[in-house]
Design a protein around this ligand. Sequence first.
Ligand SMILES: NC(=O)c1ccc[n+]([C@@H]2O[C@H](COP(=O)([O-])OP(=O)(O)OC[C@H]3O[C@@H](n4cnc5c(N)ncnc54)[C@H](OP(=O)(O)O)[C@@H]3O)[C@@H](O)[C@H]2O)c1
Ligand SMILES: [Zn+2]
Length: 377
Amino acid sequence: MPHPYVLLSAAVSLDGYLDDTGPERLLLSGPADFDRVDEVRASVDAILVGAGTIRADNPRLLVNSPERRADRVARGRSEYPLKVTVSGSGDLDPAARFWHTGGEKVLYTTDRGAERAHAHGLAADVVPLGPELDWRRLLEHLHAVRGVRRLMVEGGGLVHTQLLTQGLADELQLVLAPLFVGDPDAPRLFGPGSYQGGRLRLLETRAVGDVVLMRYEPTAPGTGALPSAADHHWLALACDLAERCPPSGTAFSVGAVVVAADGTELARGHSREGGDPVVHAEEAALAKTDPTDPRLATATVYSSLEPCARRASRPAPCARLILDAGIRRVVTAWREPDTFVPGADGSGVLVDGGAVVVVLPEHEERAQAPNGHLIGR
Ligand SMILES: NC(=O)c1ccc[n+]([C@@H]2O[C@H](COP(=O)([O-])OP(=O)(O)OC[C@H]3O[C@@H](n4cnc5c(N)ncnc54)[C@H](OP(=O)(O)O)[C@@H]3O)[C@@H](O)[C@H]2O)c1
Ligand SMILES: [Zn+2]
């Protein structure tokens, strides 16, 4: 089930705190950065904060610029992004500004929390997600029911930590403020946990007044059948590579990338690469890996098309080459159609060999684009 693009946004002190312990909210960034945040807010479908942030900061979470709001309306969007909060307890102050400013609001909570939320008479759509709050279900619901494609998450630390440790964040926009908090009782931005993102990829740094904005994206593949945000990045890259294949009327155009568990790219390839008229993408990529590399055992292969199960041009199909390399996780966009090999079932071969195959149909259209002439499009 598709998720929105999840963008985490936070400001942090030089010593890693996102607030002090005083009653007032600590202002970490300055006017130029507040304006930048306003611009990001204007660009998203929804803004989410945890219940802790509503209690501590009583934020409004509005798009403040009238021009940006007018621009949203001109583009057929709501004037304000949907406001979303999460609470297990359902114990939220019905007088908080969150409920009484801006556009629509939704509270995701537990079954028990929903009872309390109703008792408080919160001015919001209350959505119980079961006995526990499950972030994947929350994101699926936002996408499917609320039509949210871009979600901005503005804290607090507990929410950011969970989204990062569960591999659900697509981007982190972190602002480093030139001050120290120095109080060990203050809330830290990121708590302990087993972070899934791997080494983050730096997308941008920008000075905004006296703070520095850093934009990162996670790189680590998901684990098992659970897709991570970075799985989408790598599969999109495989689809880009498919576009580079020399055209053919008799074979698919496919791209493939091999990625280690920590997010390091080990190899990439595409069909008919380097003038070889029959080489397949996965085969081309695997040929560039070192067969003794211990990282292969926990690596993921991203292939725009399901790896092949049978082929005439080489002794071993790609599904077999992947298993022989010791790789046990494959992410693909599209199951192989019957165009050339009726009943081809590369996923079956992989699963029989002990691998997990994850299909992300969100990428199917892009994976098929360079193959339209072969599948009657
Ligand atoms: N510097 C910044 O950029 C920034 C941004 C935002 C906030 N902040 C600061 O962050 C602090 C608040 O952060 P925080 O970590 O305490 O709070 P938070 O992340 O905003 O919210 C935590 C609350 O959200 C609910 N929640 C989160 N995950 C849940 C789950 N899996 N299941 C059920 N409920 C869940 C719980 O609500 P219930 O307790 O109701 O169950 C939990 O107590 C404040 O000091 C604020 O000033 C700073
Ligand atoms: Zn193949």
